[in-house]
Design a binder for this molecule. Structure first.
Ligand code: HEC
Ligand code: HEC
Length: 361
C-alpha cells in the first residue's frame, strides 16, 4: 500500500514536471519592473558620463562612444577607441545594462557588477586610458561635483566610488514602451498581424529563441555563430595592434599569430570557446545599427539573411529557408522589441576651480 502510494506520488511528480517542461521552453519576456536607484548617485553619474575630464587626455567621455543620439553607441561598425588608437570591435549600446548577465562582446565581465565594467572602460588604454587617482583629483577640482557628492556622502570624491556612481546612472537607461511589452502585458493589439507571425517564426521555424530569450533577448551565454571578420581590422594596422594587445593583456598563448577575433577564447583559453561571443540583446535594435561584435552587418535584413543561410563558418545552425514575407515578418517582429528613444540631455560640464589646501574652493 505504502509502496503504491509512493509510486503514485512519484508518477504525479513526473507528470507535473513534464507538464512544466512542455510549457516552460525559453521565451522572450517583458522588461521587468526595477526599484529606483539612489537619486544623488544617478545625478552625479549623469554628469560624469558626459564629462571628458575622466579620460586621460580629456579627449573623450563615455558619451563620445555611447552617444544617446546614436542609440547609446557611436553608430560606427568599429569603435574609434581612445584618441590616437583604433579599436577592433564595435561600441555597443549601454541600453539595458542593468539586465545583462555578462558584459562586453566576449562576455568577459559579470553583468551584476556595473562598477567593474565602468572601471575597465575608464582605465583601459583602448577606451579612456585614465588613472583612478588622477581622475579623482580632477573631479575634486569642480565645486559643483563636491556639492553633489555631499548630498550623497560625507567623505571626499573617491575614485573607486566614481565607478559605482556611473554604474548607477547607466542602469537607469532602459527600454520603455516597446509594443512587445504591451503585448505581453495583455494588449493583443499592440503587435500587428505581421509581427505576431514574426514572433511565431522567432520561436518556431527560425529558432532564434534558443539563444535570444528573457527580457532583453539574450541568454547571456557564449555561442559561435561564425559572424564574418570585418576586413578593416587586418587592413588597418592600428586596429590589428589593439586586437593583438588585447590578446596579449589577456595572456592568450601564441597571440602574435592570431588573425581573427577569437572572442571568448582569449579570456578562457579553452579551445572550445574559439570564436564564441555573448548572445547580443535584441532590444532597441531600431537605434543601434550596425550589428554584431564588429558591426559587419549594416542592416537587420543583412542579419536575417545571414541566419537564413545557416549563419557562418563553424556555427551549429542550419539554413532556415525563409520566404521573403517570412523574413519581413521576422524583421518587423524584432523592431517591436524597441521602445521610445532613450534621450538624456548632456547636463554640460561645470568649470574647474583650484582646490586649496585650506578650504574647498
Ligand atoms: C573610446 C570609446 C569608448 C569610451 C570612451 C567608452 N566606451 Fe564603453 N565600450 C566601448 C567598446 C568598444 C566596448 C566593447 C568592448 C569589447 O567588447 O571588447 C564598450 C562596452 C561598454 C559596455 C558593455 C555593453 C555590453 O553590451 O556588454 C558598457 C556598459 C559601456 N561600454 C559603458 C561605458 C561607460 C559607462 C563609459 C564611460 C566611463 C564608457 N563605456 C566609455 C567603447 C567606449
Ligand atoms: C546559437 C545561438 C543563437 C541563435 C540560434 C541566434 N542567435 Fe542571434 N546572436 C547570437 C550571438 C552569439 C550573437 C552575437 C554574435 C557576434 O557579435 O559575433 C548574436 C547576434 C544577433 C544580432 C545582433 C544584435 C546587435 O546588436 O548587434 C541580431 C539582430 C540577432 N542575433 C538576431 C537573431 C535572429 C533573428 C535569430 C533567428 C533567425 C538569431 N539571432 C539566432 C546567438 C544566436
Amino acid at each position: 500500500m505504502r509502496t503504491l502510494r509512493k509510486q503514485l506520488v512519484g508518477l504525479a511528480l513526473v507528470a507535473g514536471m513534464t507538464g512544466v517542461m512542455a510549457q516552460a521552453g525559453p521565451d522572450l519576456a517583458p522588461m521587468p519592473e526595477v526599484k529606483p536607484g539612489n537619486a544623488a548617485m544617478i545625478e552625479l553619474g549623469k554628469y560624469f558620463f558626459f564629462d571628458n575630464r575622466i579620460s586621460g587626455d580629456w579627449g573623450v567621455s563615455c558619451a563620445t562612444c555611447h552617444n544617446p543620439q546614436k542609440g547609446w553607441g557611436d553608430g560606427q561598425a568599429l569603435s574609434t577607441g581612445y584618441p590616437s588608437m583604433e579599436y577592433f570591435r564595435n561600441a555597443p549600446t549601454v541600453i539595458n545594462s542593468a539586465h545583462q548577465k555578462r558584459y562586453l562582446w566576449d562576455g568577459r565581465l559579470d553583468g551584476s557588477d556595473a562598477g567593474t565594467l565602468v572601471r575597465d572602460m575608464i582605465t583601459e588604454t583602448h577606451t579612456m586610458n585614465m588613472d583612478s587617482r588622477l581622475m579623482q583629483e580632477r573631479l575634486k577640482q569642480v565645486p559643483e561635483y563636491n556639492a553633489l557628492w555631499a548630498k550623497w556622502r560625507k567623505d571626499d570624491i573617491n575614485g573607486m566610488r566614481v565607478y559605482n556612481v556611473i554604474g548607477e546612472f547607466i542602469k537607469t537607461i532602459r527600454t520603455t514602451n516597446a509594443p512587445f511589452d504591451k503585448f505581453k502585458q495583455g494588449d493583443a493589439n499592440a503587435l500587428t498581424a505581421e509581427q505576431k507571425q514574426g514572433y511565431e517564426l522567432f520561436k518556431g521555424k527560425a529558432g532564434c529563441v534558443a539563444c535570444h530569450n528573457g527580457p532583453i533577448g539574450s541568454d547571456g551565454n557564449l555561442h559561435r555563430t561564425g559572424v564574418p571578420e570585418h576586413p578593416e581590422v587586418l587592413k588597418n594596422p592600428l586596429r590589428t595592434i589593439t586586437m593583438l594587445r588585447h590578446y596579449s593583456t589577456s595572456g592568450m598563448p601564441n597571440y602574435m599569430n592570431a588573425r581573427t577575433d577569437v572572442g571568448a577564447y582569449a579570456i578562457t583559453k579553452d579551445k572550445r570557446d574559439m570564436g564564441k561571443f555573448r548572445t547580443a540583446q535584441l532590444r532597441d535594435l531600431k537605434y543601434t545599427a550596425p550589428y554584431m561584435h564588429n558591426g559587419v552587418f549594416a542592416t537587420l535584413d543583412e542579419v536575417i539573411d545571414f541566419y537564413d543561410k545557416g549563419a557562418g563558418a563553424g556555427s551549429v545552425l542550419k539554413p532556415l529557408n525563409l520566404s521573403a514575407p517570412e523574413k519581413q515578418a521576422l524583421k518587423s517582429f524584432l523592431l517591436s522589441l524597441s521602445g521610445d528613444p532613450v534621450i538624456v540631455k548632456d547636463p554640460g560640464q561645470p568649470d574647474m576651480k583650484v582646490w586649496t589646501a585650506y578650504g574647498k574652493n
